[in-house]
Each structure stands twice: as structure tokens, then as C-alpha cells.
Design a protein around this ligand. Structure first.
Ligand SMILES: *Cc1c(COP(=O)(O)O)cnc(C)c1O
Length: 452
């Protein structure tokens, strides 16, 4: 990695932030912005680059969240900024459904090339992850003539009506927002840390899910199985080895479209372009968004040509889908991921974090609060349990929040997640340098020691 940073990569926070300008903005916000939109950090951003975020009062924070796995190449990657500037000087929008342009086609070509499998592929572009997931299901329904869709425990697929239905967790994502779409079924996930039978294999966990599908729906009624290869909001859950391959095989045997939702796990984040590649799984459709375009809103459905081409002309689209500025940003971001070997960087980050926190876990002992350290590449999680509950593995959301709060106070932005709210997730920009990463991890380690 050879990155020229525009901003100094150094953490520096005043004791009593938020400062006056952030407080002023907080007051304006309270009077103007819907209360239903929450923010986890109480300061307002002035600038961001590499692994650093500057606020409007002169504080500098280490970013270990990447705006939820979006700014993989940083929030102002030089190549992305250059490509965006170049594009906006020519045209910001024409609508691909009216007067098309090359950028959209080039992004489709790139996605067809990078996604797993050598079969003929097609891509269609949208704006958000939820929109991509909805459209993947529309495509699967038309292509199969079936309507049932299977999602999993702990799943997160978005906040639109159909994707809320696919999402598992009620609060805050679904609570009060029903009724939800019909023909959505939920199957049991493989969650190795919380299996009742600790010996269950990935294949057996898949058979358990398959039994649910066969008995509650009937395999020949299912249009699609949609799954995050590593679950994001649900707790960075990595299914046991063999789970995903068996599900993909079951889908194939029964004419079911296997959709990998790689909105969070995709694009170099896990050390491969896509998380399914760790187990050699080739999905029929793959949804991408978040990290795809260096922070610009863009999403995609990529997959088997015969599935995407089964939809009637005009059946897919949207006013902004595949916006030319977002497409220019995506091509530049992918180029940066490649030229800077950010997949290799993700694997380095994994090694650093797992070694350090593995030692800490051992030191805290069997009854310590770190229940499990898991994840792939720079999509890593620490799951916290109540002290002394090594057997019961009682989730400890309060301690998890205390750790994140401690880190924030010291100037390190850390996100939590999980069905039980007891998981710290690490999603640093892959362009973060070692010094800054280690400084952020020092703070996290101190926070864990302070509460343990
Ligand atoms: C974030 C996310 C979505 C939704 O993406 P939006 O862009 O917020 O609509 C869907 N699936 C997964 C796995 C996600 O992490």
C-alpha cells in the first residue's frame, strides 16, 4: 500500500467534545431533522481522509467503521475525487433509461468480471442496498414463476417494505412499520458461537434449514434463498464451514435462485472481492452496494444472464439507478482497491486484530468478557458476554456499549451490532495505515480492560 494522505493521520480530541459548533448544529438538527434518524457520534464532520475524520471544532477521530463499510478506499480517495470531478464537469445525470452512457456499461462489465463464476452474466444498477435486494427478488420471481422467498435468523437486508420483511430484528428496523410483504419465510442460521449443540457441522446446520424450507414451504414453491455470506447488522456471524455450499447446492437441485447479499461483505472487505469466495460458492445472483463506489450511492444486482434477461423490457430500472457520477466513482474505487492491493491489506488487518485480541481473550481467561473473536479480512467482530457466563454465554449489551462509549471519548469511532446488541464490529477503511490502526486498537484494548 502506497497512499498519499491529504490530512494528517493522527488522533486528537479535546476533553469536552462535542465543541461549540457541533452543539450548535445539534440544536439546529433537533429543530429540523426527523427524530427517527439517529446518529451514534455527537459531532459534525468537516473533512475526512484515509482513517481520519475531522469535526467542525478541530477534533480528529480514528474511523474504525467506514460509515458502515462504505469508505473502503477512504472518504476522499484521490482517484475517486478526480473521477467524480471529471464526470460532473460533463454531465451529472441524463437517466440511463432515457439517454444511456458508457460509465453504466463499464461498471456492469467490471461487476460481471469480478463476481464469482465464469458463466454469462448481466448487471443492473440501482442506488441503495435495499433497492438491489428488492430487485434481486423481483428477478428471481419472474425467472422462476414462484413467489416464496427464504431469509434467515439475524438477517439484515434493508429498510424498504420488502427488505424489512426479510430483515429479522424488530427494534429498531421493523417495529411499528408493518404490515410486511407476504411469502417471506425465515430459516434457522448457522451461528457457531450460539449453537445449542456445539458439535453441529455447517452441513448439518444447512440440513436443519432445508428441513424448515421443505416442511413449511415446499422446495418447488421457493423462488429465492437470500443470505448474507457473513451477516452484518445481525452480529458479523460467520456460518460454519459447509453451510453456504450445502444451501447453494440445495438451491441448484430445486431450481431456486441463490442470492448472496454482499452489500456489506463485498468489495475487498473480507480479503477477497466477495465473501462467498472463501468457500468457493458461486451465487446465481449477487447484490452489492456500500463499498462499491468510494462513498457515492450505487448498488447492483449481478448474476446469471438467463435470470436477469428473463425480465421483460422496462421491468427494471429507476430514475437515478447507475447515476453517471456514481459510476465514475465506482470504476475509480475498484481501480484503487486493485492497485493498492486492498484485499491483501484486509488480510493483514485480520491478522493484526486476531492476534492482539486473541491474546487479550486468553489473558482475561475462560470467564472473561470476550466470548468470541470472529470474521474475515477487515470485517471483524468481538462478541461480549457477562463475566463468568462462559457456559451460558449471556449477551452483555451494556458492557459492549460502555466499550464503544469509552473509545469514542478517546477519539475512536467504533460501531456495535448484533441481535443482542453485544458485538463490536471493526470495519476500518482498508487504506488506514498501521500506526493509526494500532493507535485505535490500543484504545479499544484499554476500553475492554477498563470494563473487564
Ligand atoms: C446495509 C445493508 C443493506 C441495505 O443497504 P442500504 O444501502 O442501506 O439500503 C442490505 N443488505 C446488507 C447485507 C446490508 O449490510
Amino acid at each position: 500500500m502506497d497512499i498519499q494522505y491529504r490530512l494528517e493521520q493522527k488522533r486528537k480530541v479535546l476533553k469536552d467534545f462535542p465543541g461549540p459548533r457541533s452543539l450548535e448544529l445539534t440544536a439546529r438538527r433537533a429543530a429540523a431533522v426527523a427524530a427517527g434518524v439517529a446518529s451514534s457520534v455527537p459531532v459534525y464532520v468537516a473533512d475526512a481522509d484515509g482513517g481520519i475524520i475531522h469535526d467542525v471544532d478541530g477534533n480528529s477521530f480514528i474511523d474504525l467503521g467506514s460509515g458502515i463499510a462504505v469508505t473502503t478506499v477512504g472518504a476522499s480517495d484521490a482517484a475517486v475525487v478526480g473521477a467524480v470531478k471529471e464526470q460532473v464537469e460533463h454531465f451529472t445525470h441524463t437517466c440511463f433509461m432515457v439517454t444511456p452512457y458508457e460509465g453504466y456499461v463499464a461498471v456492469a462489465e467490471k461487476l460481471n468480471e469480478l463476481t464469482p463464476g465464469h458463466h454469462a452474466k448481466r448487471t443492473v444498477l440501482f442506488n441503495s442496498g435495499a433497492e438491489a435486494v428488492e430487485n434481486a427478488i423481483k428477478i428471481a420471481r419472474v425467472a422462476t414463476g414462484r413467489s416464496a422467498v427464504v431469509a434467515f435468523d439475524h438477517a439484515y437486508h434493508g429498510r424498504t417494505n420488502l427488505t424489512m420483511g426479510l430483515t429479522a430484528k424488530a427494534m429498531p428496523y421493523k417495529y411499528g412499520f408493518g404490515p410486511f410483504a407476504s411469502e417471506i419465510y425465515r430459516a434457522p442460521m448457522s451461528y457457531p458461537f450460539r449453537e445449542e449443540n456445539a458439535q453441529i457441522t455447517g452441513k448439518e446446520a444447512a440440513e436443519r434449514a432445508i428441513l424448515t424450507m421443505s416442511k413449511q414451504i415446499g422446495a418447488d414453491q421457493i423462488a429465492a434463498i437470500v443470505i448474507e455470506p457473513i451477516q452484518g447488522e445481525g452480529g458479523f456471524i460467520v456460518p460454519a464451514e459447509g453451510f453456504l455450499p450445502r444451501l447453494a447446492e440445495f438451491a441448484k437441485e430445486n431450481g431456486i435462485v441463490f442470492i448472496a447479499d454482499e452489500v456489506q461483505s463485498g468489495f475487498a472487505r473480507t480479503g477477497e472481492w466477495f465473501a462467498v469466495q472463501h468457500e468457493g460458492v458461486v451465487p446465481d445472483l449477487i447484490t452489492t452496494a456500500k463499498g462499491i463506489a468510494g462513498g457515492m450511492p450505487l448498488s447492483a444486482v449481478t448474476g446469471r444472464a438467463e435470470l436477469l434477461d428473463a425480465v421483460h423490457g422496462g421491468g427494471l430500472g429507476g430514475t437515478y439507478g447507475g447515476n453517471p457520477v456514481a459510476c465514475a466513482a465506482a470504476l475509480a474505487a475498484i481501480e484503487t482497491m486493485d492497485s493498492q492491493d486492498l484485499r491483501g491489506r484486509a488480510r493483514e488487518i485480520e491478522a493484526t486484530v486476531k492476534e492482539r485480541f486473541g491474546k487479550l481473550q486468553a489473558e482475561l481467561g475462560e470467564n472473561g468478557i470476550i466470548g468470541e473473536i470472529r470474521g474475515r479480512g477487515a470485517m471483524l467482530a468481538l462478541e461480549f458476554v457477562k463475566r463468568g457466563s462462559a457456559q451460558a454465554k449471556e449477551p452483555d449489551a451494556a458492557t459492549t456499549k460502555a466499550i464503544a462509549d469509552y473509545c469514542l471519548k478517546e477519539g475512536v469511532i467504533i460501531l456495535t451490532c448484533g441481535t443482542y446488541g453485544n458485538v463490536i464490529r471493526l470495519l476500518p477503511p482498508l487504506v488506514i495505515n498501521d500506526e493509526l490502526l494500532n493507535d485505535g486498537l490500543d484504545v479499544l484494548e484499554a476500553a475492554i480492560r477498563a470494563v473487564a
